[in-house]
Design a binder for this molecule. Sequence first.
Ligand code: CDP
Length: 253
Amino acid sequence: MARRKKVYEGKAKILYEGPEPGTFVQYFKDDATAFNAQKKDVIDGKGVLNNRLSEFFMKGLAQIGVPTHFIKRINMREQLIRSVEIIPLEVIVRTYAAGTLSERLGLEEGTALPRPIVEFCLKDDALGDPLVSEEHIIAFGWASQQDLDDMIALALRVNDFLSGCMMAVGIRLVDFKIEIGRVWEGEFQRLIVADEISPDSCRLWDVETGQKLDKDVFRRDLGSLTDAYTEVARRLGVMPSNVTHATKPTLIN
Ligand code: CDP
């Protein structure tokens, strides 16, 4: 196979040029990072799980009319996606308090919020992705007021969809982060869900036991991250539990 051109390499994924203009191939690595990459490790099988889980969530979103960048999964670690112009904001939706919200406001982790809350952080590793207000976003031109309204509406739809998916398998969606991109269709621009949706960017707690099934397992040294993500995939019926640990090539559908 001809060597592909690498377009971008991030902490957990690589983007290659796609087969057609307007497409990329998104490759999921096994690398895990936390605390702005101060903590790093390679977690066997994480990329395979996140590729499958992101496919599952993005396909489900498309089915309820939420546009995403996902086109199709190519193999165990790669998916074909639409290229988008990423809006330089992380969009966080919280239904329960955890992480930095708990620290900022002194709320016990797990406290139910009065309603889902949407927050924005500027995507800037050097600054540690600081929380920014809508005022900042408009004043600095990172997005327009119309973009902001559309991003909030999109994020809340994703929240309802993901919360329902997870609750159906006994998992509480505490919070999550998405990234949103612009695509141009003729003269019109639309905002679509981009990047990935996986346990790397969500907080997922077992409803009964409160067990964490997300990247906090890695951040807080709570056990095997692969086991946690495999449990999420297994409950959702996304993949058989032995695929990630295969030592030789395994065919998957
Ligand atoms: O995760 P952390 O405690 O640093 O920050 P947070 O603001 O409490 O994160 C809220 C949600 O967004 C969690 O589900 C994080 O996993 C996710 N997040 C992310 O995926 N990437 C970031 N750079 C920051 C947050």
